[in-house]
Design a protein around this ligand. Structure first.
Ligand SMILES: NC(=O)c1ccc[n+]([C@@H]2O[C@H](COP(=O)([O-])OP(=O)(O)OC[C@H]3O[C@@H](n4cnc5c(N)ncnc54)[C@H](O)[C@@H]3O)[C@@H](O)[C@H]2O)c1
Length: 254
């Protein structure tokens, strides 16, 4: 499939990597339905790119009814959708249990920290894939489609990210499941597992933490959203690629 043939939903399209994907996909000729909870961010995209090939939807990907409506409206707007990038994601880091060395106070990861991350990072992609797959199988007319799940290198387990690691690992497990289930309908499902990428998600971190992270990367730098987009474009264009995660991480997991 060529990128300029794509009619693609990008979740979390308002900021960071998702916004970069939306902009680059538009530049490469695709039609894009950008979804985000942040309407102001979506409107700024629209102000820049107009609405000829850009459709925006304010939606929380963990809300079943809103996802159903959003997918229907994207499908109607472009007379079909043949691509989905499940990119919206959050983290709420916490150790499972931590004892303060001075006060002796013991804190734990709250159930809401656990569930919020699972809802957005795992249930969100499930809902988006399910809604698109139903439309493709019922009304898609046997045309090929591609789904790309943005996981993370943290899927291998990472201190302070029990919730996030669980969601991102499960997302890759189900990338395999759904690739197997949907292949008969000509739908490919793949994942990208980025390492540390320079986006606003890192802005909440102290510079010394980022410095420590970079030291662990064999290439000794953060990744750039464009380098993740290069992987995304490869997955779109390589019609024999399905069921796998592309790790783009500067060698972090070597
Ligand atoms: N930046 C990194 O280092 C890195 C590394 C590995 C994986 N990732 C993954 O890449 C994806 C994008 O990360 P980013 O760094 O660009 O983050 P970001 O915070 O810059 O952007 C995330 C976007 O998702 C939107 N969003 C959040 N919750 C949402 C919801 N419930 N419904 C709809 N939209 C929602 C936000 O409003 C925001 O626009 C995430 O899935 C993240 O886990 C990021």
């Amino acid at each position: 499939m060529r990128v300029n043939q794509l009619k693609v939903v990008v979740t979390g399209g308002g900021s960071g990597m998702g916004r970069h994907f939306v902009e680059r996909l538009l530049q490469d000729g695709a039609s894009v339905s950008a979804w985000d909870m942040n309407l102001a961010a979506l409107k700024s995209l629209q102000a820049q790119y107009g609405d000829e090939r850009l459709h925006i939807v304010e939606v929380d990907v963990s809300d079943e009814e809103r996802v159903k409506k959003a997918m229907k409206s994207a499908w109607e707007r472009f007379k079909g959708i043949n691509g989905l990038v499940n990119n919206a994601g959050i983290f709420r880091d916490s150790l499972l249990v931590k004892k303060d060395s001075q006060s002796g106070e013991v804190k734990t990861m709250s159930l809401s920290q656990w569930q919020t991350v699972l809802n957005v990072d795992l249930t969100g992609p499930f809902l988006c894939i399910r809604e698109l797959s139903e439309l493709l199988v019922r009304d898609g007319g046997d045309e090929p489609a591609v789904i790309i799940n943005i996981s993370s290198i943290s899927r291998a387990g990472n201190i302070g990210q029990g919730n996030y690691s669980a969601a991102k690992a499960a997302l890759v497990a189900d990338t395999v499941t759904w690739a197997k289930e949907l292949a008969r309908y000509k739908v490919r499902v793949a994942a990208i597992s980025p390492g540390f990428v320079e986006t606003p998600i890192l802005e909440g971190m102290r510079p010394e933490m980022i410095g420590k992270m970079v030291k662990q990367v064999p290439l000794r730098r953060l990744g750039q959203p464009e380098e993740i987009y290069t992987g995304l474009r490869f997955i779109v264009e390589c019609d024999y690629f399905t069921g796998r995660s592309l790790d783009i991480d500067g060698g972090l997991r070597l």
